[in-house]
Design a protein around this ligand. Structure first.
Ligand SMILES: Nc1ncnc2c1ncn2[C@@H]1O[C@H](COP(=O)(O)OP(=O)(O)OP(=O)(O)O)[C@@H](O)[C@H]1O
Ligand SMILES: [Mg+2]
Length: 227
């Protein structure tokens, strides 16, 4: 489902060069529930940005959901991303002027793969699935952090991608709410989605079947764990 081979990424800044990923390789199978851990600045977000095609590797091979990302131009990448990956961020990134349902509808409009006549019902079903059936008309500023993140997860599912990527999705939530969001990801994994989650948290209480750790841009471990 996801394969990185010897990926390198360097940021060129005024202050010099930052070698953020060093010969990073990993492989994730369809249906995996992956956790990525590492200290601040270790390269976790950089890795996710390469997997989602938000940023490009300077060398190495990146194959995700059947496409070689290095061979796609920007518009091909946008189409590929729309059908392949749903992305969840730490700070939700909901559009503040749209209701919960409209945030999800907007994601469908951008990609255009869900037939127009099915979109509204699909948005409502997704809100149902994340436990927010009664909040579809609420605007982001009327929702709690956990509710906002549920809307963001529903939005990530808008176009039914096989892969969900989340960068510290519970980094801004209290532990009880955080547990609920992790449970939601677990349910989605059970339903067949491949999940890749970056976390700062102690992972003792999380359930996953793969864990990668990054240190200074190097993917160090690749331990198999029972889910
Ligand atoms: N756009 C950028 N321009 C320059 N340097 C960057 C950029 N993005 C990240 N970096 C640097 O690359 C390295 C890896 O950053 P990255 O954001 O991937 O780390 P991270 O593991 O996600 O950290 P955090 O846990 O704090 O989110 C860091 O040294 C960071 O300062
Ligand atoms: Mg980060």
């Amino acid at each position: 489902m996801i394969r990185l081979e010897n990926v390198n990424k360097t940021y060129h800044t005024m202050g010099g060069q930052v070698h953020a990923l060093k010969d990073a390789s990993l492989s994730v199978e369809a249906g995996d529930n992956v956790v990525i851990i590492g200290k601040s600045g270790s390269g976790k977000s950089t890795l996710l940005n390469i997997i989602t095609g938000i940023d490009r590797a300077e060398s190495g091979q990146v194959i995700v959901n059947g496409s070689v990302l290095t061979q796609l131009n920007e518009s091909e990448l946008a189409i590929w991303r729309g059908k392949s990956i749903g992305i969840v961020f730490q700070f939700y990134q909901l559009l503040p002027t749209l209701s919960a349902a409209d945030n999800i509808l907007f994601a469908m409009e951008l990609v255009g793969s869900i037939p127009t006549g099915e979109r509204r019902a699909r948005a409502e079903n997704l809100l149902n699935q994340v436990g927010l059936a009664d909040k579809r008309k609420k605007y982001p500023n009327e929702l709690s952090g956990g509710e906002k993140q549920r809307v963001a997860i529903a939005r990530a599912l808008a176009n039914d991608p096989p892969i969900l990527v989340a960068d510290e999705p519970t980094g801004n939530l209290d532990s009880k709410t955080s547990d609920q969001i992790h449970q939601l990801f677990l349910d989605l994994n059970t339903a067949g989605k491949t999940i890749i989650k970056v976390t700062h948290e102690n992972i003792e209480h999380l359930r996953y079947n793969r864990v990668f750790s990054i240190t200074d841009g190097r993917i160090k471990d690749n331990l198999a764990h029972p889910a």
